[in-house]
Design a protein around this ligand. Structure first.
Ligand SMILES: [Zn+2]
Length: 156
């Protein structure tokens, strides 16, 4: 990444990163490469994908908030495995077939922790710890939709 660019804010998540919104997306691409390249980092893959997607909902489909919030709820409250390649098939099928998936309005403040905070992690243990911290801060930011997510999962 070109660090000579002035620091600016990502218009989605509010992170202060060189290159703003585009720079923020580049940071996310970098952490994906790390997660796919090393299973110790990949252990939290679904958490980072959901946290990033929920903080950048303008970049995804209109129903993506609901889908990512449901999976985040499963990861944080139901012990769903977060590593690369473990997205449960039944869940994916349910999501794809459910036309009732609501359009969830993203919160004004999408959480204090962002993808920029993942980069300083010294090792995989710290990376995993930061990923949980990030995911919990995003989950908390979406608290207005917790009731909906928990009910949806309970009814299935
Ligand atoms: Zn961002």
């Amino acid at each position: 990444m070109d660090d000579s660019r002035p620091r600016s804010r990502c218009t989605r998540c509010g992170a202060k990163v060189p290159g703003g919104t585009k720079g923020c997306r580049e940071l996310f691409q970098e952490i994906l490469v790390r997660e796919y390249g090393d299973p110790a980092y990949g252990a939290v893959h679904l958490l980072t994908v959901d946290a990033y997607a929920l903080q950048h909902s303008e970049d995804h489909g209109p129903r993506s908030n609901a889908v990512h919030l449901l999976r985040l709820c499963m990861l944080l409250e139901h012990g769903l495995e977060a590593s690369t390649g473990t997205n449960p098939h039944w869940f994916q099928a349910q999501i794809e077939s459910d036309r009732e998936m609501p359009l969830l309005e993203p919160p004004q403040n999408r959480g204090q922790t962002t993808v920029a905070d993942m980069h300083g992690a010294a090792n995989a243990d710290e990376y995993v710890e930061r990923a949980y911290h990030w995911a919990r801060s995003v989950w908390e930011a979406y608290r207005a939709h917790h009731g909906w997510a928990r009910r949806w999962l309970q009814e299935r």
